[in-house]
Design a protein around this ligand. Structure first.
Ligand code: NAD
Length: 481
């Protein structure tokens, strides 16, 4: 399988930046116009689900070759349209980084397809038995604003490989770019295979369309990619749901003189700064042990991160979190969405600090109970916390992850400590000595998916995640041996 390495991503990013510069640095996207009523774009969920049911029946008739062709089309279109669709998504959502939005679309080529579905056969004195991965039918896919088109495209590859059709209820903030890509996918699929409405979407998604989709008898399975509220809502529908829920990944830096701290800093800035920290797997808080605290801090500064003062941090905190009264003397913090995925320079400006617009990361020294540590804040502002010893660092890391069992990273040359942390965290992704992205095949071995089913335990989704296991038995000694 071809790998999209960190170097590949950096090359794609520099190519895109060069193109942008040659076009006068503009990022203007084509006008966003969704086209309801055809090519998969519908006004309501029930009609979309019914149309997708028709798409499923048409796909069935095309066999494995039909599934493989759809995947080829989707992967090719993501590469061919990466720049245009990336711009459209960036212009609509106004979060993250354009170069990384484009990079994510190039990454779709590494999503697993039909090759991952191999049957399991048993042959013996009593006959032959085959176990096969069968489709569910129509899958309702709920997608986040943080990666609208990439999540949809990745879901399509996995789900169609497994023989399913899809109805998407995208985040309202990323619904237009979703409609454009889905319209274009359907046009191409129809032209090549004659299948209509294999992938459907709701033009103006809402909580009502979510409820309608979950209640539709045409929808057999749900796949949820989002935060805690949508995961809770989906689990209450009574329909089977595969839930790729929230995370708050810590990165621990061990007190280890053998570490290359500039490499550690580069990894943290790359992973935590990717798309301005919108990745659910992205490093969200650094916990450094003993002497590694100063070594990490100094290396982060050398690698371009800007250290905030306590006063600057507090000024930013006041703006990016709203403290709500929860009643009974309790309060809780709510993220100000205007700053999710914002540039580091925009966050710094809140505190009156002017930094180079190319700054990828702000850092701040905090306690373990700071809001920037405990909240999944999705901003390129990483808190760094001091730990006295490795077990203490693991305890802080585990508390900050809130039992989401999502992702965690460690930098250490001490193999025993790797094992201690891996076992303690019990996360779906655990990356040692690399950026978080290495856990999804970008700079590490493996495949990518934009839906990591943490809450319900299926893990990084693959075509197999979206299948029903079926057994077929032929009773007799008909085997050839
Ligand atoms: P979000 O939870 O605000 O929205 C996700 C989707 O759920 C959207 O389509 C939204 O419209 C819908 N939604 C939200 N609340 C709902 C409710 N009460 N009922 C029905 N639908 C509801 O999240 P977001 O800001 O779009 O994305 C960021 C979140 O998603 C983070 O928590 C991140 O960790 C998580 N995420 C997880 C993965 C993963 O693979 N595990 C991948 C990407 C993002």
């Amino acid at each position: 399988m071809s790998q999209l390495s960190e170097v590949d991503i950096r090359n794609v990013v520099s190519e895109v930046l060069a193109q942008l510069q040659s076009s006068g640095g503009t990022v203007s996207a084509p006008t966003i116009k969704s086209r309801p009523g055809r090519h998969g774009v519908f006004e309501d969920a029930a009609t979309a689900a019914k149309a997708a049911r028709g798409g499923f029946e048409q796909l069935k008739k095309k066999g494995w070759a039909g599934r493989a062709k759809v995947i080829e089309i989707v992967k090719q279109m993501c590469s061919d349209n990466a720049e245009r669709w990336g711009k459209i998504e960036f212009e609509e959502t106004k979060i993250g980084r354009l170069d990384h939005k484009i990079g994510k679309l190039y990454g779709i080529k590494n999503v697993l397809g039909t090759e991952y579905l191999t049957p399991y056969g048993m042959s013996g004195d009593a006959g032959i038995t085959m176990e096969e991965s069968a489709p569910w039918g129509v899958i309702g896919s709920i997608t986040p604003v943080t990666h609208s088109v990439p999540t949809i495209a990745g879901n399509i590859v996995n789900m169609v490989a497994a023989g399913n059709a899809i109805v998407v209820n995208p985040h309202p903030g990323g619904a237009a770019c979703a409609a454009i890509a889905i319209h274009e996918f359907n046009e191409a699929i129809k032209a090549e295979l004659g299948i209509e409405n294999l992938i459907c979407t709701i033009e103006k998604p809402s909580l009502d369309s979510f409820n309608e989709l979950c209640a539709s008898p045409d929808v057999n399975l749900l796949c949820i990619t989002g935060g805690p509220a949508v995961v809770d809502a989906a689990m209450k529908t009574g329909k089977r749901a595969i839930c790729a829920g929230p995370g708050n990944p810590p990165v621990v830096v061990d007190d280890c003189s053998a570490l290359d701290f500039d490499k550690v800093a580069k990894d943290i800035i790359f992973g935590g700064g990717f798309d301005n920290n919108l990745l659910c797997i992205g490093e969200k808080q650094i916990i450094a042990v003993g002497d590694s605290y100063k070594l990490t801090l100094d290396a982060l500064k050398r690698q371009g991160a800007v250290l905030l003062t306590k006063q600057q941090t507090e000024a930013i905190k006041k703006e990016v979190f709203d403290i709500k009264d929860g009643g009974g003397g309790c309060s809780h913090a709510v993220l100000n969405r205007a700053y999710v995925g914002a540039d580091a320079s925009k966050l710094a400006a809140i505190a009156g600090l002017k930094v180079d617009p190319k700054t990828e990361m702000l850092i701040t020294e905090t306690d373990p109970d700071d809001l920037f540590v405990v909240e999944e804040q999705m901003m390129p502002l990483l808190p760094i916390v001091r730990a006295g010893c490795f077990p203490d660092a693991v305890r802080i890391a585990k508390e900050s992850e809130h039992g989401y069992k999502h992702s965690a990273m460690v930098h250490t040359m001490n193999v025993k400590n790797m094992t201690i942390m891996g076992q303690a965290m019990d996360t779906t992704l655990f990356v040692k000595n690399g950026p978080c992205t290495a856990g999804l095949g970008m700079g590490g071995e493996g495949y990518i998916s934009f839906s990591i089913a943490t809450t319900t335990g299926e893990g990084i989704t693959t075509p197999r995640t979206f299948t029903r296991f079926r057994r077929c038995t032929l009773v007799d000694n008909l085997n050839i041996i």
